[in-house]
Design a protein around this ligand. Structure first.
Ligand SMILES: Cc1ncc(C[n+]2csc(CCOP(=O)(O)OP(=O)(O)O)c2C)c(N)n1
Ligand code: SF4
Ligand SMILES: [Mg+2]
Length: 767
């Protein structure tokens, strides 16, 4: 028996209020719903946990035909912010969502947006800033935005995410403000936890309340050309910044009015500064977002014991509500300012100093201030922690002295008596890693000649990545990497860019890597490895490392890393650093939940390329990364798969030789991802074989500019139709169904076009 979902409760509107419906949703869902109701012109985005669901959900609604937002998947957050800037300049109402590194990677673009005074909305599901990499929530990312000239609203629960998305945009677009706005909510706490919410029934309510988009400068009016973003030195620049400052003042003045208008529409009342039991408070804590809600319960408990406790929590931090804070803390004897971020070396994080400076402007104020950094990396904040904060404030209030003005809260010192994490497997010796069976020599035709034993003879070589990592059953990453690494003799240093391979093989204090491993952010791994390679050679030259030291440097990246990290990869290639870049291609951003990458083929289903009446999977063809890298004229480019180990080992041996003697080598290995390809765990190799046999993923190399196909399915009668490959995966089954012939034909045509070009190159060394 199927149970029908309960009908949503529709609230009967009071006079002046719009009809609303009650639901149960997360902050990310509220971000997406508000965006859909606003019906932005465009969303430029790039996936990053924990904000990714916002774009995923909007794309899902787009596939269902529920809105008209143009969804632009960027090559990285810097690109996403640029797309948003351009769209805003074009007069669009614009949206983006990000977190942590994503915000930092777009940081450079943010002052351009505010300095040119183009409003837009950015949802920030807050997350700790790397490194080390940690995906959980603190406020270290939003603190980086404090000086960007953006309005910053803090949304403490899913309801506030919805409400502030509407109100922030309304403030941002006012003619006297014209500033972009961030709505920040706590990663995982708010982004992922469901709460009761009320939302407007009709999208029209939202759109009418917001009114038409403000377009003070028309960029798309050729009869009236304008210059946007001119070169501006002193004395003008300071005037531009002064105007921005005045716009913040205008926003501060406008916010109470906008909040009041929203109250009329929704019945929900907000103030710039959320105050809880502060009327007669003697002690208070100042906290942002969800932690403040925890502290409110504790304030109630303390009140029951006769302690006059209260909570101060801004709903807006840019502009900073200094006046309201001065007012609120006037009679408070001690306040503890708790912050989920630090400003290292500043004796307190940023808002500590802003609260203190607000109080300093009141000559009569005697409030004692304590500052504590807490909850970094998503460390939970429980009622006991709020109690401890109130306790510290009480101590100060009673003694009249602040013993420790600034400290970290919740740090656990290591215990020297405890045994250190043990190395699971002994370090590899160079002898173990050198089979001596692989011989690479330059041949008379300029190509390298590789003498290699049958693959099984190399099986005795120890694995450089040991089992015990956390990859999914049937994942193709490590079997393929293991094959590849067996073709490399001697010592290796690896650098992994962010992605599944990195995430599943290291988890502090453990590591599956038996060789030296470095992680760097996946937009910059190639640059970091360039530095490592160069200093290695320089230190050998200076005699600081033994003359005979010989290390092969290998960067491991996913296909997504070759989107966001393409610039760094091309830079390293053009500089010809002696390294191998090996890309495992699983056709998507898999560790963040299967969003499309540029290597995702046309029509494939991902969590940002849904299938529905208005959308049929990914909208553009897959990136031909090997050909892009070949165009940098590096000495060696190859493709490979796990099913052809002898081929892969030979290519690895060549890549090593070129990295050691000439310059950069790059290779792309197609690997299976059963989880996100929606296939059984055990059929990965067969699916990859079908991708090779239908010529979607041809096996070839480009050696010193000359292309050689290393496996041709046609003469041996193994060529498959593209549909024979697509029908094997859950993510592509829809492409073989009636009605979708046009997309299938487009994939077939592109595969054939690329294959024929490759064959022509294989025949003619000049191509
Ligand atoms: C600047 C930045 N943006 C986004 C992310 C989130 N992120 C981490 S790994 C990843 C996807 C990596 O995809 P890919 O390189 O294909 O590796 P896979 O996960 O598929 O193994 C994303 C989007 C991040 N860490 N930093
Ligand atoms: S999500 Fe896919 S690529 Fe990532 S570990 Fe799982 S199977 Fe492997
Ligand atoms: Mg990938």
């Amino acid at each position: 028996m199927s149970v029908a979902a309960p009908a949503p409760t529709v609230l009967r509107p009071r006079a002046g209020r719009a009809a609303q419906v009650v639901g149960f949703s997360t902050g990310n869902e509220m971000g997406a719903l508000s965006a859909k109701q606003i019906n932005f012109h465009l969303m430029g985005y790039y996936p990053i946990t924990p904000s990714t669901e916002v774009a995923e959900r909007i794309d899902e609604m787009k596939a269902a035909g529920e809105h008209d937002i143009v969804m632009v998947p960027a090559d990285g957050e810097h690109g996403a912010a640029g797309i948003c800037f351009g769209a805003a300049v074009a007069g669009g109402r614009v949206f983006n969502a990000t977190s942590a590194q994503g915000l930092l990677y777009s940081l450079e673009q943010l002052p351009v947006q505010s300095g040119t005074r183009y409003p837009m909305l950015l949802d920030l599901a807050t997350r700790t800033v790397s490194g080390p990499l940690d995906i959980r929530g603190d406020h270290s990312d939003v603190y980086y935005a404090l000086n960007t000239g953006w309005l910053i609203f803090m949304a403490r629960d899913p309801q506030a995410v919805y409400d502030f998305n509407l109100m922030a945009l309304r403030v941002a677009e006012r003619a006297d403000v014209r500033l972009p706005a961030i709505v920040a909510f706590d990663g995982f706490f708010t982004s992922h936890q469901k709460r009761r919410v009320s939302t407007f029934v009709d999208d029209a309510t939202v759109q009418e309340w917001l009114g038409p988009v403000l377009e003070p400068v028309k960029a798309l009016d050729p009869r009236h050309p304008v210059t946007i973003g001119p070169y501006m030195n002193d004395p003008d620049l300071i005037n531009n910044k002064y105007q921005l400052e005045r716009a913040m003042d205008a926003a501060m003045a406008a916010i109470p009015d906008v909040f009041a208008e929203f109250e009329t529409l929704s019945g929900r009342r907000y103030e710039p500064l959320d105050l809880y039991r502060m009327e007669d408070a003697q002690v208070a804590v100042f906290l942002l977002n969800s932690a403040a809600e925890t502290a409110k319960d504790v304030a109630d408990r303390l009140r029951a014991k006769g302690v006059a406790a209260g909570v101060v929590s801004p709903n807006v931090i840019r502009p900073f509500p200094a006046d309201a804070i001065r007012q609120a803390l006037r009679g408070v004897r001690a306040v503890l300012i708790g912050e989920r971020s630090s400003s290292y070396g500043a004796h307190g994080a940023n808002l500590t100093h802003e609260v203190k400076s607000a109080l300093k402007d009141d000559p009569d104020n005697r409030t004692l201030c304590l500052s504590r950094v807490y909850g970094l990396g998503g460390r939970d904040f429980y009622a006991e922690d709020a109690e401890a904060f109130f306790g510290l404030a009480l101590e100060a209030a009673e003694s009249g002295v602040v013993e420790v003005p600034f400290d970290y809260y919740g740090v656990e010192p290591g215990d020297p008596a405890k045994p250190q994490a043990r190395r699971g497997t002994p370090a590899l010796t160079r002898e173990e890693m050198t089979s001596g069976k692989l011989k690479v020599t330059p041949g008379p035709d300029g190509r390298l000649q590789v003498v290699a034993p049958p693959y099984w003879e190399l099986a005795t070589k120890p694995k450089r990545v040991v089992p015990g990592h956390g990859s999914c059953p049937g994942c193709g990453i490590f079997p393929a990497l293991d094959q590849f690494l067996r073709g490399i003799e001697g010592d290796v240093v690896v650098l992994y860019q962010t992605g599944c391979a990195m995430v599943v093989s290291t988890g502090y204090p453990y590591s599956s890597h038996r060789v030296t491993y470095v992680h760097n952010l996946f937009q910059n791994g190639a640059a970091a490895l360039s530095g490592l390679v160069e200093v290695f050679h320089e230190r050998v030259r200076r005699g600081e490392l033994p003359a005979g030291e010989d290390i092969t440097f290998v960067m491991v990246t996913g296909d997504g890393g070759m989107d966001i990290g393409m610039g760094a990869a091309i830079g390293a290639a053009l500089r010809q650093h002696g390294m191998i870049m090996v890309e495992y291609d699983n056709q998507g951003y898999m560790n963040t939940g299967s969003q499309l990458s540029y290597s995702t083929p046309l029509g494939h289903l991902t969590s940002t390329s849904h299938v529905g009446p208005a959308e049929l999977g990914k909208a553009f063809h897959h990136k031909d990364t090997p050909q892009i890298m070949a165009a940098t004229n590096i000495p060696y480019v190859f493709t490979g798969v796990e099913g052809y180990p002898d081929d892969l080992v030979r290519k690895a041996a060549k890549a090593q030789w070129y990295a050691q003697h000439v310059g950069t080598a790059y290779g792309k290995i197609l690997i299976s991802c059963p989880l996100n390809w929606k296939t059984e765990d055990r059929v990965g190799v067969d699916i990859v074989q079908a991708a090779v046999d239908c010529c979607f993923f041809p096996l070839y190399d480009v050696e010193r500019g000359i292309t050689h196909i290393t496996y041709d399915p046609e003469p041996i009668g193994r060529r498959l139709a593209v549909a024979d490959w697509l029908k094997l995966m859950g993510k592509t089954k829809h492409l073989c169904q009636p009605g979708n012939e046009a997309v299938l034909a487009a994939i077939e045509a592109e595969v054939q076009r690329r294959w024929l070009r490759l064959k022509a190159k294989d025949k003619d060394p000049l191509l």
